[in-house]
Design a protein around this ligand. Sequence first.
Ligand code: FES
Ligand SMILES: [Fe+2]
Length: 410
Amino acid sequence: MGIVSAFGVREMKEIPVEIDTGTAYEISEPIWDTELVDVEKGTPTGEMLRRYWHPFALTADATDTPREVTILGEQLILFRDGLDRVGLLHPRCCHRGTSLYYGKVETEGIRCCYHGWLFDVEGKTLDMPCEPQSGARADRYRQPWYPVREYHDMLFTYMGPPAHKPAFPIYDIFDDVPDGWEIVADDNNIGLEGDPTPCNWFQTHENVMDPLHVYVLHAGFSGNQFVAEMAGLPELSFHRTPQGVKSHQDRTLDDGRFFHRVTEAVMPNVRIVASPFVEFEGKATSVAWTLPISRTETKIFTILKRPIGQERRRALYNGQIWPDLSEEEHQRYPGDYEAQVGQGAITIHSEENLASSDRGVSIFRHVFRQQVRAVNNGELPVGVTNGVECRYEVRAGNYIGKRDDVIHLG
Ligand code: FES
Ligand SMILES: [Fe+2]
């Protein structure tokens, strides 16, 4: 076809039209992987998570003032009665549903403000003041409750089927406390001080099997947030353990010594990571749990061993600590909080492109899925045993020395 003009017919040149590719218009519907992110009761993953003990508060948080806590998407009321027993009860009173948040803690339990029913820490009804003989038939009514266990100033609960309540896990690194050291419980989070991190727990937790982000995020992009020993690109390998996955990160230091660093993820949400400030050599000195508060809120609880009174060492962002950064400095010097919350309230798995450097994350997800499927097939997930306690031997640590001496540690 040509163009007809006053000058006659001119040939029209065909200009090849370049069609844009890879535009955001082509993104398919965002989907997250429910097998990784669900936490609610009745979901396959929520049921698997409920087969383990979870920390949810510090011992000091349980007082005679009822406190609302949320664990795995369930709201509960925490209190400590006059006999020093900790209660964790369903909030809606089993009489007519008023919240026990407004209850009064007494010697033997918590009394509902509305009609005065009194419940002990196991939800047993002890008193019904408006009923004949103050509730002679009180044993017919039970306020739903969960068992609580205190371990090194931290409160743990088991929220799964009672018949499957597992042995309580303890960790060998807390067996011995050297003279001048102490064990402390800490609920400081990534970034925010004590407040929940506003994203799904899984994207926070799988970070523990992502050692290469240390090389970029913590040692380069935002300056060196830890110490020189952590800054080099490590040689990596990943290994299954009886209860999860561990990574080996190996580096030769400037002074010629060999740095063998081992990090562990214990199913389903325990992380054992030696200090990134390499303050102590040998086994890690802390165990941390990533608690799903709800589907979009996460909190990290840590039990650690340290010299008495030693201040928590904190990552530096251009010489400042995280809470002191301006918004622009958060952009210029991001850390774990920015990277993980930056993935969204729940990361979108359908938009990911896992690469070879994500091998640890892939292995972790695989082992995690195995536990979900085991529980839903009627089997026990790893680490769940009967009995009173189960003792875990920590492998994680910072092992520094001659290569041949340290490579087999952990
Ligand atoms: S609603 Fe709690 S005692 Fe009535
Ligand atoms: Fe990190």
